[in-house]
Design a protein around this ligand. Structure first.
Ligand code: NAI
Length: 719
């Protein structure tokens, strides 16, 4: 709702009331219309100040209302009547003015913000555009170029930047509502037409087409295949080229198209999934709101390789003291140099004082005596990790939490060598650990809720998106990825090239195709894992290695590449060719094409043309099928967790929601039918066999993804 008050003889204040962010729900919009009419009718009122309760102006539309049919007064005419008002209207922006909140403020004649306020039009991140005049008023206020940047990125800006851009008229320290009243009193009586943005022409730019084309190229590169940023550019272009009313018409048409799109639904789903990710729960009933996490101030990082360095940087950035341990003197120096340089660059960029005093580098485990938690990031070798865990127990305080950054080893097996199984959890970061947002917090069978709570809270403090997952080989992300990777190499055997597969995946929306990612990470990483798991052994024929291992289809192509020293970018060639070791530009390598031809000849495989559709179906549906198995086993609390893992850890396109959402959107019965088809053709690939949960959900009429949890619960109770 909105509260109407008369504060001074001539000023009325309309306060938006809808905690926590005063979203523009039906009741709030109704309240605004009623309050405004009251103010306009009251002859003594000469000016109106809009503000929000609890020092928060307005967080925008109420997204929960998107799924139902809209009722109550629509935003566009409401904001129009604010702008058209004969009485002066000033927005007092405290906290946030986002989306519809900022559009409301743009309808006011003046805007005052407090220094801590944040402003922005983030609709594009929900697959939409600012459709209450935002795409038409903002360019008229700050020019096409700046408006394009803000609207296509959805970036939030500070009050200071908003003042510089001309979005607000005043920034004040202290009470913005009082400042807005003072401003109102100082300008009452002045003509308002110059303050009505819809009456203004956007600032002239020499070549609108060029500016818009450049913006289009940028958004297409940044978010391949996403419709909303493209529509945002089109709408802003309309503001530059057309009269206001025609521009509004264009804005509405584009919004109608986006609003009905599957992309917008996926992005709104992702928004809610992200919000719920930190609300973890364990099968035993312990969860985020019934478990206390004790504070962590000092952390030990064991191993200063690729991951240890990134983890140390993230911890220090969060203000946490770090003791970084190495076994190798040279690596200690290298790690120290790398971590120091990253932190110095960070301090310089942020204009903050250097946090290096929080770091200690050492070769001695004894320096870990006082830490509250350790994160082990030594080589992926079970025996080595067990030795490290045993050593740790000799020096750590008795309540220190022990975490492992293993990519998929058994957390229970590691915990078993310690004197504190309840305090052992996985903290699986993603490379580069100081950049990637995802953190899988892996609970073992003996992990206490408190240990999980502590790891989740620490991850959150490190600005990570944390998902609690159960202990299984590869955990959630890597376990699913294995099947996606398997299918991609089978496709090469059958006739595809790495470029064809990557192109199909990139057109689907992945930031990078699977073979480019493999070259970037290093092909030897998987090679080592396969050796350790016994898939590669000395008795395998080196000339014509078997294509079946442990009774299943196996593709030896990646191993053969590694044997040739083709390890990816670091060696200058892998699935692709690079100009030099370490260079990043992937080029098609004729040698690989010849190698694949020879391989098929050797095994008598007749190559065939493979469509992009088959690439997507086999790679993505096998991935989703494994996700359903993970749900069936109760490894994650719900499908949203899996989707968040893929959105934040694996470059899954946000406008496709995540693999579980995508499967639901394509139709579970379609996924089932395709998996049955491909499993029939590849009976020696057990992962293609449709999961029990998929069959059950299809049998129950393919319920919406939001209802899967209860179906999974029923499945568990039947087992
Ligand atoms: P790395 O090979 O870059 O670094 C490992 C470091 O551990 C080396 O510097 C080594 O000297 C040090 N080390 C070995 N034994 C030690 C000991 N006893 N005490 C102290 N330091 C010791 O390995 P990376 O890539 O950083 O991986 C570390 C862990 O993180 C592995 O378990 C890996 O599976 C996992 N991981 C790796 C990811 C990646 O993309 N590289 C992603 C996620 C997890």
């Amino acid at each position: 709702m909105a509260l109407y008050t008369r504060v001074k003889e001539s000023i009325a204040v309309i306060t938006l009331k809808n905690p926590p962010v005063n979203a523009l729900s039906t009741a709030v919009r109704r309240g605004i219309v009623e309050s405004l009419s009251q103010a306009l009718q009251d002859e003594q009122v000469k000016a109106v100040v809009f503000c929000g309760e609890n020092n928060t102006f307005c967080g925008g539309a109420d997204i929960k209302e998107f799924s139902g049919s809209m009722s109550g007064p629509p935003l566009v005419p409401m904001i129009h009547s604010i702008e058209a008002s004969e009485k002066l209207i000033v927005a007092a922006i405290e906290g946030v003015a986002l989306g519809g909140g900022l559009e409301l403020a743009l309808g006011c004649h003046y805007r005052v913000a407090d220094t801590n306020a944040r402003l922005g039009l983030p609709e594009v991140t929900l697959g939409l555009l600012p459709a209450a005049g935002g795409t038409q008023r903002l360019p008229r206020l700050i020019g096409i170029t700046a408006a394009l940047e803000l609207i296509t990125t959805g970036r939030h800006i500070s009050a200071k930047e908003a003042l510089k851009l001309g979005i607000v008229d005043q920034v004040i320290e202290g009470n913005a509502v009082l400042a807005a009243m003072a401003l109102a009193l100082s300008v009452i009586g002045q003509p308002l037409n110059a303050r009505r943005l819809s009456l203004q022409a956007p600032a002239w730019v020499p070549d609108v087409d060029y500016v818009c084309e450049a913006a289009l190229a940028r958004v297409k590169q940044r978010s391949r295949g996403a419709m909303a940023p493209v529509a945002c550019v089109q709408a802003v272009r309309a503001a530059a080229m057309l009269p206001y009313s025609k521009g509004m018409e264009k804005e509405r048409q584009l919004m109608d198209m986006l609003f009905r799109s599957s992309q917008a639904r996926a992005m709104q789903y992702a928004f809610f999934a992200q919000r719920s990710a930190g609300k973890w729960s364990l099968p035993n009933g312990a969860q985020w709101n019934n478990t206390k996490a004790r504070n962590v101030e000092r952390v030990g990082v064991i191993g200063l390789g690729t991951m240890g360095q990134g983890i140390a940087v993230s911890l220090v950035k969060a203000g946490i003291s770090v003791v970084a341990i190495e076994v190798d003197t040279k690596q200690l120096e290298l790690g120290k140099k790398a971590v120091t340089a990253m932190l110095q660059r960070y301090a310089q960029r942020q204009g903050v004082s250097s946090p290096l005093h929080l770091l200690k580098f050492t070769l001695s485990f004894h320096q870990l005596r006082d830490v509250d938690l350790v994160i082990e990031a030594v080589f992926e070798d079970m025996n080595l990790k067990k030795r490290v865990f045993s050593e740790l127990c000799k020096v750590l305080k008795e309540n220190t939490i022990i975490c492992t950054n293993t990519s998929g080893l058994n957390v229970d097996e590691l915990a078993a060598v310690t004197d504190r199984q309840h305090l052992v959890v996985g903290m699986h970061f993603f490379a580069p650990a100081h950049v990637m947002r995802l953190l899988e917090v892996v609970y073992g069978s003996g992990s206490s809720p408190e240990a999980v709570a502590i790891a989740m809270a620490l991850g959150k403090r490190m600005q990570k998106v944390c998902v609690a997952v159960g202990n299984c080989s590869g955990f959630v992300g890597n376990r699913m990825l294995k099947h996606y990777m398997d299918q991609s190499v089978y496709l090469l055997e059958e006739g595809a090239t790495p470029e064809q597969v990557d192109q199909a995946l990139e057109e689907f929306g992945f930031a990078m195709g699977i073979f480019k990612v493999a070259d970037l990470s290093g092909l030897d990483v998987g090679w080592r894992v396969r050796k350790a798991s016994g898939l590669i052994s000395p008795d395998i024929d080196p000339v014509k290695p078997s294509r079946w291992r442990f009774g299943r289809r196996y593709c030896p192509l990646p191993d053969m590449l590694c044997q040739q020293g083709r390890l990816g970018q670091k060696t200058g060639h892998g699935w692709y060719l690079y100009n030099s070791p370490g260079s990043k530009e992937a080029k098609c390598d004729p040698e690989i094409l010849k190698f694949l031809e020879d391989y098929r000849l050797k095994y008598g495989i007749i190559p065939r043309r493979i469509s992009s559709q088959e690439v997507i179906e086999r790679c993505v549906f096998s991935l989703a099928n494994e996700g359903l198995r993970i749900l069936e086993e109760g490894i994650t609390a719900g499908p949203e967790d899996i989707d968040i893992i893929y959105l934040f850890g694996y470059g899954w396109p946000r406008y496709r929601g995540g693999p579980m959402f995508y499967a639901a959107q394509v139709g579970l019965s379609v996924v089932l039918e395709k998996l049955e088809h491909y499993h029939h053709l590849q009976p020696d690939v057990p992962s293609l066999e449709p999961s029990q949960l998929l069959r059950k959900l299809v049998a129950e009429g393919s319920p919406p993804i939001q209802q899967w949890k209860s179906h999974i619960k029923n499945l568990h109770s039947q087992l």
